[in-house]
Design a protein. Structure first.
Length: 333
């Protein structure tokens, strides 16, 4: 009877030992998993030690790195904000404003092309230039301003453009202009002459005219480009005029500002002319005390009239000749 009891005790001991081993193995597994998680967190913490940064693609760039610039003379550039996507680079060039209408003047450019960016970046949406879409853009940029779209066809150095004009707060003149630079469909392709540039201008100024607000649209300069030589949104250059160098096609120079019948440039005062230069010379009637008889005219004088005969008789205005030689005691008239 003792032998079976011993076997029973041995079996109970073996089962408890097995459970202990299972518990120990489970503890080891949990410890290993915790160690792996701890190592992962430590590695992530080491990788995140680059510093705090703003989760946005917008950055401030120096004014000399602006992709588009206003014409010389202003409006002045305040700062430049740049945003990059997988297919485009966009910049907002903020301009000086003297208007009381709420909002900031800006010159915006969006250049579609081969951007060196990561694969995970989003793509910028392409917005075709339609009149209805542009007027909605203008209203968002100039809220509360009654804008009227210009019906005229206008062009600058980069091609046709459109704009809307109105008056803001306090009589401010406001303008919103748009332009798309893109070669015709017959000239562009996927591997040559591709690319698109879109330009927007929001411009308000106190006491300005519509023509003055249009000056930045005519005079802005696109200074940026992509490194790809096939990126060419401007299209092929126009051919040379066939009349150049051909006989029978005279080319005249442009009139100069110094020529008459031309107004001085805007903002420049007209040159002052002294009163002495414009005052007419007064010719006073002079009655001679004793009218002299005209000397006889010889054949060698060619029949030129004398002062007396040219005056038409006594009592008339006497115009002296260029050279006057006194005769006797009389003075020149």
């Amino acid at each position: 009877m003792a032998l079976p009891r011993f076997e029973l005790l041995l079996a109970m001991f073996s089962s408890r030992r097995g459970r202990s081993l299972e518990v120990a193995g489970l503890l080891c597994t949990r410890r290993a998993a915790g160690l792996i998680v701890l190592l992962s967190v430590s590695a992530a913490g080491c990788a995140a030690r680059e510093g705090v940064r703003i989760p946005s693609a917008a950055t401030t760039v120096p004014a000399e790195n602006a992709l588009i610039l206003p014409p010389p003379g202003g409006p002045a550039v305040l700062n430049v904000i740049e945003r990059r996507s997988a297919n485009a680079v966009e910049q907002d060039v903020y301009l000086y404003t003297s208007a009381s209408t709420p909002g900031q003047n800006f010159l915006r450019v969006q250049m579609f092309g081969p951007v060196s960016a990561g694969i995970d970046q989003k793509k910028s949406a392409y917005l075709p230039v339609r009149a209805s879409d542009m007027m909605r853009e203008a209203q968002r940029a100039l809220p509360g301003v009654a804008l009227t779209q210009s019906p005229y066809f206008l062009q600058n150095n980069y091609g046709p453009f459109g704009y809307a004009f109105g008056h803001g707060r306090g009589g401010d003149a406001c303008l919103y202009g748009w332009q798309q630079i893109r070669p015709p469909a017959s000239q562009r392709g996927p591997l040559r002459d591709y690319g698109t540039i879109q330009v927007r201008l929001r411009h308000c100024a106190a006491g300005a005219t519509e023509s003055e607000l249009l000056a930045p649209v005519y005079g802005y300069t696109i200074s940026g480009t992509f490194a790809d030589p096939d990126w060419n949104p401007y299209g092929e250059p126009p051919p040379v005029d066939a009349g150049i160098g051909r006989p029978g096609n005279p080319i005249y120079r442009e009139p100069l500002l110094a020529e008459p019948n031309l107004r001085p440039a805007a903002g420049r005062p007209a040159p002052r002319v002294s009163a002495q230069a414009v005052r007419p010379t007064a010719v006073q009637a002079k009655q001679p005390a004793q009218p002299r008889e005209a000397p006889p005219v010889s054949a060698g004088q060619g029949g030129l009239p004398t002062p007396a005969t040219a005056a038409g008789g006594a009592g008339a205005v006497i115009v002296p000749m260029p050279t006057c030689v006194p005769q006797g005691g009389d003075a020149c008239p």
